[in-house]
Ligand binder design. Structure first.
Ligand code: GAL
Length: 639
């Protein structure tokens, strides 16, 4: 595969007489793709039913004739004011019941049927007009579902749709659902919470103390389904008029909806990578770690999402927006170290990205994002990001492209588990994402390439090691497939701790056939307390007391079981710190003869079919077993 570069462009922000020059300059820079249109609804349809497509026709033509391929976005993340005037109740409400109003973006509730129809109308018009346009070579639906906390809405519209969803989930006779079945599944006998009919059920906010976890879980599932359906309603239309691939641009650490399910109807998964913004505001890493990488980004955050979205895209994935310089929205907004924009781009390619698009072409001098860098400054002079993109374009020209293989290690990522942890973390700050991220980082410190797998995966035999940790509900079928596979399997902590509807089964967890282990009691631990292991490292955050005959492989220094194993099945009862996880994985690798290479601090490695890429996230040059690597740079070594 030949990798390519692109850029996000907003022709509607600029005078038409500079479009041609912009297009030429993009082409000269070595870009192949340009994404446009995703916020331009008002410019396309200024008032209901009155369309102004001429400017968009012209922009697409200019870009296309310059030799660029266009990704056309549907503009449904920014409904204009007239849409709101038409449907005043289409706005979402936050958990406190406050309306999330007009004046920025993503101001809609996924459940509003009127808004969905309005979206279908604009999408149909775009698909009809540009579906066969030779320059429109891909589509993007909406923009960043869930960004700005917009998956979950507590509006009346959402409440009504939730009641309907529940009636389907708990079907009864006739058109009504079976309210007794719901009461039983939710455990509503507790605190006199039983309902007599579905119309009594409200959304799980504004309660005195915490709402029933089963109620919240169903609401989370419903909210995820609404995103899946919203996306599908656009995909279905575009496919009628166009054969071009369809993508959506997901975000970093956005887990409120099931990305695998959204991705099922799409051709490409893409994500928007802002390494400096994300490492400041989306990770629980230590301040020291944040300081060390404040102009580089966390060394694992990008790779984690590359690997996750590769799975969501069923192999096909892009970066739709790559940070090119300082952004405007994080708590602190430093400039990337020189070299990092190039490093991030190559790292994405080494993880299998087809295309990396920079956000954005030119820094816009007005409105919310005026302080956000582009490849060009507002005066059109090239910024640092421009030169790094240019270098990548030249480097890409000198190779045939790169290919990737299946990794030796697979990690199951379960959006449902993330919701369950969120609903009952049992301790401040504990999250499924955090646990999986710690495991992922540890495996990367040992030099591994990693694949993420959907919980619906069925074949694990291509892998040497599979991680199924933290899946609070592990369906029986998955448990069976994992236990019968030839791979080494790691369950726990918290695997299969709950039923599908979040109660504790009386056959206590983890309830695995092939290993005799039972979780007796669990406890969560203050962040400033560590329980030392007998080997290097500590238990932190969360620990289970384990019973059962399976052999103890790792214990705490006071002799409490932490890892139990039988044959290829392992159960881990605790969350470990970095050293603890590293030791655990080294011992599993030794058991199955899987070669690992301990990486120097801040250095990461990714394997392609014929090379190893070594990325140095440090500011300084680092010595490694393959020689030294300059700061903010990478080397590639032929296998
Ligand atoms: C993304 C978004 C873009 C732009 C960018 C700024 O989340 O998709 O439209 O706002 O952030 O960093």
């Amino acid at each position: 595969m030949k990798q390519s570069l692109g850029v996000c462009y907003y022709p509607e922000h600029w005078d038409q007489n500079i479009w041609e020059n912009d297009a030429q300059q993009m082409k000269e820079l070595g870009l192949s793709w340009v994404r446009i249109g995703e916020f331009a609804w008002k410019e396309i349809e200024p008032t209901e039913g009155q369309f102004n497509f001429e400017w968009l026709d012209k922009a697409i033509k200019i870009l296309g004739q310059a030799g660029l391929k266009v990704v056309l976005g549907t503009p449904t993340a920014t409904p204009p004011k007239w849409v709101l005037d038409k449907y005043p109740d289409m706005l979402s409400k936050d958990i406190n019941g406050n309306i999330r109003g007009f004046g920025s973006r993503r101001h809609y509730c996924f459940s509003h049927s009127g808004y969905i129809e309005q979206c279908k109308d604009i999408v149909t018009r775009l698909a009809k007009r540009y579906g066969k346009n030779p320059y429109v070579c891909a589509w993007q639906t909406d923009n960043e579902y869930g960004c700005h906390d917009t998956t979950i809405s507590y509006s009346d519209t959402a409440r009504d749709a939730f009641r309907t969803w529940l009636r389907y989930k708990y079907p009864g006779k006739g058109n009504d659902g079976d309210i007794e079945a719901l009461n039983k599944e939710w455990g509503n006998v507790f605190w006199s919470m039983k309902y007599d009919n579905f119309d009594e059920i409200n959304l799980p906010n504004l309660t005195v103390t915490e709402p029933n976890p089963a109620h919240v879980l169903d609401f989370r599932r419903f909210s995820s389904d609404q995103v899946v359906n919203f996306n599908f309603s656009q995909v279905e239309i575009i496919r009628q008029y166009s054969n071009a691939p369809i993508a959506h641009n997901y975000m970093g650490r956005t887990t409120e909806f099931n990305h695998f399910e959204v991705g099922e109807s799409l051709d490409i998964a893409s994500w928007d990578s802002y390494p400096l913004g994300f490492s400041e505001d989306r990770l629980e890493t230590s301040d020291e770690e944040k300081r060390n990488f404040y102009r580089q980004g966390n060394p694992d955050f990008q790779a984690f999402h590359h690997d996750l979205y590769r799975a969501v895209g069923k192999g096909r994935w892009w970066i739709m927006e790559q940070q090119p310089g300082p952004v405007n929205w994080a708590p602190y907004n430093p400039a990337p170290l020189d070299g990092m924009v190039r490093l991030w781009t190559w790292e994405a390619f080494a993880h299998g990205a087809e295309t990396v698009c920079y956000f954005r072409w030119r820094q816009v001098p007005f409105a919310q994002e005026q302080m956000h860098a582009g490849l060009l400054r507002p005066d059109s002079v090239p910024a640092q990001g421009y030169y790094e993109a240019k270098k990548v374009a030249e480097e890409l020209n000198s190779i045939n492209g790169l290919e990737i293989n299946t990794a030796p290690i697979g990690i199951i990522f379960d959006y449902g588990a993330d919701a369950m942890w969120d609903i009952q973390p049992q301790g401040k700050g504990l999250s499924y994402f955090g646990l999986i991220f710690d495991i992922y980082s540890s495996l990367r410190r040992l030099g591994f390439s990693i694949d993420f797998l959907s919980p619906k995966a069925t074949n694990f035999n291509d892998y040497k090691l599979i991680i199924a940790s933290g899946m609070m509900h592990t369906p029986d079928k998955l448990k069976e497939l994992l236990q019968n596979s030839t791979a080494e399997i790691l369950f726990g902590p918290r695997s299969n701790a709950k039923s599908e509807n979040m109660y504790i089964e009386t056959k206590l967890p983890p309830n695995l056939q092939k290993i005799d282990v039972t979780v007796d009691r669990v406890q969560t631990i203050r962040p400033d307390i560590n329980i030392p292991l007998e080997i290097n490292g500590n238990v932190k955050n969360y620990t289970e007391e384990l019973e059962g005959k399976a052999e103890d492989i790792i214990k705490t220094s006071s002799g409490i079981s932490v890892l139990k194993s039988k044959n290829n099945i392992n159960y881990l009862g605790s969350w470990l710190d970095g050293n603890g996880f590293d030791e655990l994985f080294i011992s599993l690798c030794n058991k199955i003869n899987l070669d690992y290479t301990v990486m120097p601090y801040g250095v990461r490695r990714r394997e392609t079919t014929d090379h190893y890429y070594w990325f140095n996230y440090n500011e300084n040059e680092i010595n490694t077993i393959i020689g030294s690597i300059k700061g903010a740079d990478f080397v590639k070594i032929k296998k």
